[in-house]
Design a binder for this molecule. Structure first.
Ligand SMILES: [Zn+2]
Ligand SMILES: [Zn+2]
Ligand SMILES: [Zn+2]
Length: 395
């Protein structure tokens, strides 16, 4: 349910006790509108976001614009009502749009889809009302520029939607929309999910977002009491794209954020950058930034080591990454990022002859995946199967 709280504003609240791994249907569901990222359009169905099983080229292609791809005739027919407007734009301007970055083009297509859907709603339903109620933010210069560009694209926007309306919608997208990820947490599309947008951000979240194709599911990642606010972490998205400053308990200082920083430093076994007399919030922000750089670099080392077949180096990197994530995500032990890293570590530990450690990692992976992806997910089945193999002494 939704409540107004004095210190938090509008917030999503659990109306009953929810054990870890519970889906929360009130905030889950299909998007108001969505589109694959331009760079992913040959691999992802434009309607349901099913991924092409093999090489690009096995999805059906819209013969008019040659841009949109679908997994089946049903998806193609089902999407036509939404696709027919942008199809004109893509047929004439597709080549031009492909020279731009993914994010602005995805924003443009999503803008068109949302604006047309709202325009076509002769009597607004609950979903339209939730869309209208999306929180607004101050438009930026780039919102305005993109909106002006949108009005020059033939058919992209309904006639009633001018540059001002488009600017307002784009500024709403910036604070409300999510990148839609696949099972391995790569962003494959952009979507507008008004009910889930009601969840506030926290760096110590009790909920995670999981996508099944384009359908979003909000799941609790730890036990949540009735009356507790449901929050998920949008820190990376918000900080990188929008210069957002978090005011939650971890970021705004206090004991917990200090403890967290020490744990992370210990895990990294590296000296902490000198920060001087900054206030607590700045310390947390700078720490997170320095760690993010290290984390990304270590991740690249791991990929390189795996590519070269240097298993010893890969094992070292992967162990460091898992220790880092265990500390950094101590408040969300079921985090999908940590689970995926454990999956890799299991193979590397086994390769190096430590079957007991491999089993331990896969067991932790399977447990986390059951919570953040769901007990019936394909990844959970894979982790479970792998773990059973390990228990029976196979590899
Ligand atoms: Zn499909
Ligand atoms: Zn088309
Ligand atoms: Zn925070």
């Amino acid at each position: 349910m939704i409540e107004q709280r004095a210190t938090r504003g509008r917030c999503a609240v659990a109306d009953r006790r929810l054990p870890a791994g519970s889906p929360v249907p009130r905030f889950s569901g299909l998007p108001y509108a969505c589109c694959p990222l331009p760079s992913q359009r040959e691999r992802v169905c434009g309607r349901c976001f099913a991924q092409a099983p093999a090489a690009p080229g096995c999805l059906l292609r819209c013969s008019k614009c040659r841009w949109a791809r679908y997994c089946s005739r049903e998806c193609q027919a089902g999407d036509w009502q939404r696709h027919k407007r942008e199809c004109r734009t893509l047929a004439s301007k597709g080549g031009e749009l492909l020279r731009l970055d993914d994010a602005p083009v995805a924003d443009l297509l999503l803008l068109g889809r949302c604006a047309w859907r709202r325009h076509d709603a002769s009597s607004p339903d609950d979903e339209d009302a939730a869309f209208d109620a999306l929180e607004t933010s101050r438009p930026t210069e780039s919102d305005r520029a993109l909106a002006r560009f949108a009005t020059t694209l033939p058919g992209l926007l309904p006639p009633s939607c001018d540059a001002g309306d488009a600017t307002r919608l784009l500024s709403q997208f910036r604070v409300n929309n999510f990148g839609v990820t696949n099972e391995l947490l790569s962003v494959v599309g952009a979507g507008c999910y008004p009910p889930a947008a009601l969840l506030n951000h926290s760096c110590a979240p009790n909920a995670v977002l999981y996508y099944e194709g384009s359908r979003l599911e909000v799941r609790t990642c730890r036990d949540v009491d009735a009356g507790e606010e449901l929050c998920h972490s949008r820190a990376a998205q918000l900080r990188e794209r929008y210069g957002f400053e978090c005011a939650c308990v971890r970021c705004s200082g206090g004991r917990r954020s200090d403890e967290w920083r020490q744990d992370v430093d210990a895990a990294m076994e590296a000296p902490h950058p000198s920060l001087g007399e900054a206030d607590c919030a700045d310390v947390a922000a700078a720490t997170a930034a320095a760690h993010a750089v290290w984390y990304e670099a270590e991740g690249r080392c791991l990929s390189a080591a795996l590519l070269c077949g240097d298993n010893a180096a890969a094992l070292e990197c992967c162990r460091a990454l898992v220790s880092f994530l265990e500390a950094a995500l101590a408040h969300v032990p079921a985090h999908a990022l940590l689970a995926l890293q454990r999956f890799t570590l299991c193979d590397l530990e086994l390769e190096s002859g430590d079957a007991a450690e491999a089993r331990r990692q896969m067991e932790a992976c399977a447990e986390a995946v059951a919570i953040s992806y769901g007990a019936k997910s394909a990844l959970r089945a894979a982790a479970r199967e792998r773990w059973e193999e390990l228990m029976s002494g196979g590899s």
